[in-house]
Design a protein around this ligand. Structure first.
Ligand SMILES: [Cu+2]
Length: 154
């Protein structure tokens, strides 16, 4: 019965891990199942100028997720924006929600959806890493590190 006991042990180890993860503070910020963030970064600009945050939100889960907001200790306020080109004039709109379909992804890029970091703190300096927490309509949150780059995006 070697296999049986091995499986038993594995099950116990998994349960212990899950318990540890659930009781840990970070577990509450692990986001909806299957949802992850890739290539998160924020552009540091001279103080008091709003800074953009960019990333790709991937949803490998079985149902659509809806992003409703974001926050970061590096920003007084972190807003969901979308840049739009209207007759050669670029403008930004506040977005109340951004939906990511099941099995899909949404890219936040300069010129499209982006995060807008208002009232930046000194933590937002090139070379640093700042945490960003994404909030979903389900009430779940996902906290990920964003790299801070300079005005040129490097
Ligand atoms: Cu903006």
């Amino acid at each position: 019965m070697r296999t049986g006991s091995c499986r038993l042990f594995h099950g116990a180890a998994t349960a212990a891990f899950l318990l540890a993860a659930l009781s840990g503070a970070s577990a509450a910020d692990s986001g909806p199942a299957g949802v992850s963030v890739r290539d998160g970064w924020m552009r540091a600009l001279p103080s008091s100028v709003p800074s953009g945050g960019y990333f790709t939100l991937q949803n490998k889960g079985g149902k659509a997720v809806i992003l409703t907001g974001a926050n970061s200790p590096a920003c007084g306020m972190l807003m969901l924006h979308k840049s739009e080109d209207k007759g050669g004039m670029s403008s930004m709109m506040d977005m109340a929600e951004v939906s990511v379909p099941a099995g899909g992804s949404v890219s936040f890029t300069p010129g499209g959806y982006h995060l807008m970091c208002m009232d930046t703190t000194p933590a937002l300096k090139p070379g640093a890493t700042v945490p960003v927490t994404l909030q979903f309509k389900s009430g779940e949150k996902l906290t990920v590190p964003f790299a801070v780059r300079n005005a040129a995006g490097k």
